[in-house]
Write a protein that binds this ligand. Structure first.
Ligand code: PGA
Length: 261
């Protein structure tokens, strides 16, 4: 795992965009794994800019998203289908036939999950998977305690995640309790991982994931076992890493960044 420490959210997003761009230029028909949430928005904005200004070409790319709420139709403005359309799909030249987001309205969820796994395999597997990290250390909707070998399936969200996500809904009661998510085993099969974290709210999870033991109670810690993972963090998210570790990452004596409360 390579930890990349960047000063700001924008720098973090650009560092991730640089990796995606390089891989895409090398393999125009790459399979890209995508994440939702506020964290990857800067990355998507930068990819859109590069598409428009520099001709970055997504026409042959296939995408697979990590997760979707159960029970929300793609037209719901809090569904991850909707989020992806608004944040990326509508602004680059991805072929809609090549984009995949789990179907939250699937009549047979189990059959759908099997199909999703099979579809990933048919496409040759995910080349590069983008991930965020939850305040509780989840990756996708693999909440603490999820099996480290899990596959795509239905999961119950923890109270913490429901609370974290309530900010996007008019009424907290509307936050779905269930989601379809790629499993940790599914995610670990991607050839490369980029895991992004910014802001002080992620500092505890980043420390535990990067410096703590590998444990199902901190799903993001499994990234330590991946052969090619880039953990890209801004200064606030890195602020709880050990001073020695930060010095190693920056090559500078450690100075506590000024944090805003
Ligand atoms: P966020 O969510 O990007 O909105 O902070 C990350 C996550 O829960 O995985």
């Amino acid at each position: 795992m390579l930890v990349m420490l960047r000063s700001t959210y924008e720098d973090m997003s650009r560092a991730a965009a640089d990796i995606v761009t390089e891989r895409l230029r090398r393999k125009p028909d790459m399979v890209l794994g995508l994440a939702t949430g506020s964290t990857p928005l800067g990355l998507y904005k930068e990819l859109i800019r590069r598409h428009i200004q520099e001709g970055l070409d997504f026409s042959k790319v296939t995408t697979f998203n990590l997760d979707e709420y159960v029970g929300l139709p793609p037209s719901h403005d809090q569904s991850y289908h909707y989020f992806m359309k608004e944040s990326l799909f509508d602004h680059v030249n991805l072929d809609p036939r090549h984009t995949h987001v789990p179907m939250g309205m699937a009549p047979d969820v189990e059959a759908f999950c099997e199909w999703y796994e099979q579809r990933i395999r048919e496409k040759g597997g995910v080349d590069l998977q983008i991930l965020g990290i939850g305040g509780n250390g989840h990756i996708a909707f693999n909440e603490p305690g999820s099996s480290l070998g899990s596959r795509t399936r239905i999961k119950t969200l923890t109270e913490r995640t429901i609370k974290d996500n309530a900010r996007f809904f008019a009424n907290p009661e509307e936050v779905p309790r269930l989601a379809i998510t790629m499993g940790i085993g599914t995610i670990m099969e991607a050839r490369e991982l980029i895991i992004l974290a910014n802001g002080e709210k992620k500092a505890d999870a980043v420390k535990a994931a990067v410096e703590g033991p590998v444990t199902a109670m901190m799903p993001a810690s499994i990234v330590q076992m991946h052969r090619k993972a880039y953990f890209i963090v801004d200064e606030a998210a890195a602020s709880k890493l050990s001073p020695e570790h930060i010095e190693e990452l920056t090559g500078r004596p450690y100075a506590q960044p000024a944090l805003h409360h």
